[in-house]
Design a protein. Structure first.
Length: 192
């Protein structure tokens, strides 16, 4: 079984990458195949809302990096979406991917994410986690995914100094570890 972790941050080696990688590392220790997918360096255009994907069999926008990332999402058993919090919400690059993926996954009446397992991880310096986390969580719900919980929300507290800050968030690390253990358990039960 495979779990992908999508890092919405455009900063290399930053806090969001650190927390998503932490979850993937724990899942790897549990025997899952994992892959970290960066949006950094990729162009993902926003959804046009044209609904052409319903009849066309895919997105009309073909001159960006959406399709390879979307394929990874479809092929995975689990999806973790990680975002830094900018002005109280998830980053637009990640939302562009998720918006388009949500629509394209329903083409021809299919629901390609239905039954997959996953949840978001958000990272902020001080505040904004709750809205950004809920914003991403709604995407999992509307796509009929199974969402494992944790002992608290999957949020990290870290500032602008990169992964050094993230590594000092002991409570955040425990929550991510607990989430990853729950995700492994749910995946095994559903796929067993």
């Amino acid at each position: 079984m495979k779990v992908i972790g999508i890092v919405g941050s455009l900063r290399a080696g930053g806090n969001t990458e650190f927390f998503v990688r932490r979850a993937l590392d724990r899942l790897g220790e549990e025997g899952f195949e994992t892959e970290l997918v960066h949006l950094r360096g990729k162009s993902i255009l926003p959804c046009l809302g044209c609904m052409e994907c319903r009849d066309r069999g895919g997105c009309v926008q073909t001159k960006d990096d959406f399709e390879p990332v979307f394929r990874k999402m479809v092929e995975a058993d689990g999806i973790i979406a990680g975002s830094p919090v900018y002005f109280g919400s998830a980053v637009p690059q990640l939302m562009a991917l998720l918006d388009r993926a949500g629509y394209v996954s329903r083409q021809g009446g299919r629901r390609l994410f239905s039954g997959k397992v996953g949840a978001p991880i958000t990272v902020a310096r001080r505040a904004g986690h709750n809205f950004a986390f809920a914003q991403l969580l709604l995407w999992y719900f509307v796509n009929d995914m199974v969402i494992p919980g944790s002992a608290y929300w999957n949020v990290g507290l870290a500032g602008a100094s990169g992964a050094r800050d993230a590594a000092e968030d002991e409570e955040g690390l425990k929550n991510i570890d607990h989430f990853a253990a729950n995700m492994a358990r749910v995946l095994r039960k559903l796929r067993g």
